[in-house]
Design a protein around this ligand. Structure first.
Ligand code: SF4
Length: 342
């Protein structure tokens, strides 16, 4: 196997910041020596070796990697994390003794207390260092894009997944693609069980949540797919914040045991690195780093979710007013949604 890294050199002679950051991350993880060759794409020079390589493989960004196997077959990776997962991770797959050593600390509340004043990036690092490739990150296609940015900057691989309930807005699907491209990450989409949804629709119609409450539909379209997505993982990362929760809800700790999505052994850990950030603080991070955002935010959506169950809200409304509002007596309006959709 031969691994080539294609880097970009800017007009001023410096490597592009993302290439430098990627090299630093590979060095930090002791993987730099596994890169056999570096080829440069020079800014503005379409005939430079790296630019030619990019055009041959249809890649218009840097860095990227080309892996040639012994038969001469070439595979392109636009993400260093994908390359690591595919070819550079020598970590043995789940072995029982490793799983035992990764069991959650007995006193997670002490860990949560210790981490509660830390920056979200440090909380994320704690989880990814401790659980490695057995820690997954759920991306809700909202402001939690900051977690993907933080994970990428830390240079620690994380499995990212999203739940496609089958009723998401098209803007959210577009944003998932934008985030994939922007960070060069894989986002595994997990779908509901078609037979279970079909059965519910046959019995109660497409919008039973308007009559019976959202729990039954959510159990099939959101909870069950996430339980399947987390099978085999020991921890997962959520972008939920305390300022999104209903008044009177128990405060969200930065680390806790998760019973909701644990379909196996009762040892799943949930990390909430953004628990103590406000919406404004999260937006500041997004603006400072010019991260991509879901276009629904510009239309007034704070809660990002299923089309029939989310709506735009005003600045003076609590975030929860944008989700399942017709079910709550304290909401400013109980008008039910039209329930269009599939
Ligand atoms: Fe169903 Fe609404 Fe829950 Fe989506 S948010 S799974 S449409 S009840």
């Amino acid at each position: 196997m031969h691994i080539t890294m294609i880097k970009k050199r800017l007009l001023n002679g410096d490597p592009c910041p993302k290439c430098a950051q990627t090299e630093e991350m590979l060095r930090r993880r002791d993987l730099w020596q596994r890169i056999d060759e570096v080829i440069w794409a020079i800014e503005g020079e379409s005939d430079s070796p790296g630019a030619v390589m990019g055009s041959r493989h249809g890649v218009d960004r840097a860095p990227f990697f080309v892996v040639r196997d012994d038969s001469g077959h070439e595979t392109v990776f636009v993400s260093a994390l994908q390359l690591i997962r595919a070819h550079l991770s020598d970590a043995p797959a789940a072995d029982p003794s490793e799983a035992k050593s990764l069991e959650p600390p007995e006193d997670l509340s002490a860990v949560a207390e210790d981490l509660s004043q830390r920056d979200p990036s440090e909380i994320l690092r704690w989880g990814l260092d401790r659980y490695g490739d057995r820690c997954a990150l759920r991306f809700d296609a909202g402001l939690d894009v900051v977690l993907i940015d933080m994970a990428t900057r830390l240079g620690l691989a994380v499995s990212i997944f999203a739940i496609d309930t089958g009723r998401l807005r098209p803007e959210t699907h577009r944003f998932l693609d934008t985030v994939r491209d922007h960070f060069g990450v894989v986002i595994e989409l997990h779908l509901p069980d078609a037979a279970a949804v079909g059965d519910l629709v046959r019995r109660k119609g497409t919008n039973s949540f308007l009559r019976d409450g959202h729990a039954e539909c959510c159990a099939l379209r959101r909870v069950a797919p996430q339980q399947r997505a987390l099978a085999g993982f020991l921890a997962w990362v959520s972008g939920e914040r305390n300022d999104q929760r209903l008044v009177g809800s128990a405060p969200l700790a930065v680390v806790s045991r998760d019973a909701e999505f644990d379909s196996e052994k009762g040892s799943l850990v949930r990390l909430n690195p953004l628990a103590n950030w406000t919406r404004e603080r999260t937006w500041d991070y997004i603006r400072d780093r010019q991260l991509p955002v879901n276009e629904l935010h510009a239309e007034g959506f704070v809660a990002i979710g299923c089309q029939p169950c989310t709506r735009a809200t005003r600045d003076d409304q609590p975030e929860r007013d944008g989700l399942w509002w017709w079910e709550r007596s304290d909401s400013s309006s109980q008008t039910k949604p039209a329930g269009d959709g599939i």
